[in-house]
Design a protein around this ligand. Structure first.
Ligand code: RB5
Length: 147
């Protein structure tokens, strides 16, 4: 199960990705926003990140205009590894090396097909563990240092 959220800058891409995920038989929960009225991306970034961090969903997807604001927001939540990606290699690496549990996309950066390709590459990849787990453990140590 995946939770997906956006601001107004990512709404249209969110709608397209929900259809893509449904076609892949993946259950999607939409955390908003629901209209193109201007909203603040941290509200939706926090909502999705907290639901993933709490274990309510395995994975999350966030979309704002560039993806930058959503990635900054989501990465403030302990346990979240949010990756802003713009090509298929980055999307695959985000899973294989970083075990990213939130994928972040820019609704004003990507067309729908590209965005579906990125989500597909991320979902189809597998975390490699090994030396990469040690690096993630170091990130967890940083979180502990400041919490
Ligand atoms: C909203 O205009 C825009 O700032 C937002 O969608 C995002 O791009 C922020 O990083």
């Amino acid at each position: 199960m995946i939770v997906i959220g956006s601001d107004h800058g990512g709404l249209s891409l969110k709608t397209a990705l929900k259809s893509y995920l449904t076609r892949r038989n993946i259950v999607v929960s939409d955390a908003g926003t629901e209209t193109d009225a201007s909203v603040d991306y941290p509200d939706f970034g926090l909502k999705v990140a907290e639901q993933v961090a709490a274990g309510s969903f395995d994975l999350g997807i966030l979309i704002c205009g560039t993806g930058i604001g959503m990635s900054i927001t989501a990465n403030k939540v302990p346990g979240i590894r949010a990756a802003l990606v713009t090509d298929v290699f980055m999307a695959r690496m985000a899973r294989e090396h970083n075990n990213a549990n939130v994928l972040v996309l820019g609704g004003r950066v990507l067309d729908e097909q590209k965005a579906c390709d990125l989500v597909g590459a991320w979902l189809d990849a597998t975390f490699e563990g090994g030396r990469h787990q040690g690096r993630l453990d170091k990130i967890t140590d940083i979180e502990k240092k400041y919490n």
